[in-house]
Design a protein around this ligand. Sequence first.
Ligand SMILES: NC(=O)c1ccc[n+]([C@@H]2O[C@H](COP(=O)([O-])OP(=O)(O)OC[C@H]3O[C@@H](n4cnc5c(N)ncnc54)[C@H](O)[C@@H]3O)[C@@H](O)[C@H]2O)c1
Length: 362
Amino acid sequence: MDKSIKSIIATSAEKNYDIIIGNKSLELIKKRKDILSRDRFALLINKTVYNLYKDYILGCFNEFKNYDIYLIDDGEENKSYRKAENAFNWMLKKGFSRKSAIVGIGGGVVGDFSGFVAALFMRGIPVIHVPTTLLAMVDSSIGGKTAVNISAGKNIIGAFHQPEMVISDMNFLNTLPDNEYKNGLTEALKHALIGEDKLYKLFCNNSASTIKSPDNIMEVVYRSAIFKSGVVSRDEREGGLRAILNFGHSIGHAIESLFEYKGISHGEAVAIGLKIELEVSRRMGMISDDETKKSFDLIDRYGLIFNKLTLDSGKLLEHIKYDKKNVGGEIRCVLLKGIGKPVYNHPVSGSLIKEILDDFIL
Ligand SMILES: NC(=O)c1ccc[n+]([C@@H]2O[C@H](COP(=O)([O-])OP(=O)(O)OC[C@H]3O[C@@H](n4cnc5c(N)ncnc54)[C@H](O)[C@@H]3O)[C@@H](O)[C@H]2O)c1
């Protein structure tokens, strides 16, 4: 294999699959004739990505005639149960069957959506993920969680459905807007703080501009993919260990929900969540002042919190209490006993969180 292409084998109870990372690595999809020579395959593609990369994408499939293209508009609202039904109807009209397959090309919205459609269509057909945002490369394309939104809430309806392959083609990142970059860096930094030591060093030794060099950003994707797939292979269905991946997310999700998912990105909400959950860990005597400061400095150095936000601590606490991971009304978070030493499902008192929120200057 070309040295500029890296490859990881992700293991799961259902199947093992390759995660291929590299510039122009989408061209390697042609080798998956077992999937692309099924009776038909659907290319579910984000519309922005299609407009930017139409010739490149279609060039990678030029030896196949058995596919149809389904474009998905930008926005979380397109990852809905209703839109999934539209996709099922379209697939039936186009003659797709249980011998068909799906290739999803886009960010996490398209990844979650195509995984969900693949999991349910004819009780499950194969899916290949081609993530085109940094967040999707380092996080959402790995691990087999698929979901869509309903009016009552985000990611409520879903299924576990492992992909046949994940292709992270670094070429796509050339056009990724800066804030989307930051969303991905936040999830990668989370991996660094909860145990990916080499990634932690990479963050410590770089800056917001140098981390984007082709070699560094490929290393960020590679290290994150090794780390996340390793955690998931040990706990596919989130019975325990996989919960460490929620570091920063209990508070992050509550912030998104407080803002009704408008005016704040998932990455920025998680970056604030990381700071607050680090501070909870520090005030509970689990992580040192020095390690907390180092972690805060990294979040600041990479500019992961970029809006000036005012958080109403009382209202935010109400949203924190609704988290589905809480047990018996008690707030549970992932905390750190030190950098690289996460503890999941840890009880935290609401009054401590409120005290921190009241002291907090973002
Ligand atoms: N399944 C999981 O384990 C998991 C984990 C984390 C997040 N998620 C989900 O992921 C979603 C968020 O994903 P996201 O942050 O990738 O958002 P996204 O899919 O909405 O993409 C963000 C934006 O980037 C644009 N874009 C994508 N690729 C581009 C490119 N190469 N060049 C230029 N623009 C490009 C898109 O048009 C879009 O506007 C959420 O729905 C979240 O729930 C899932």
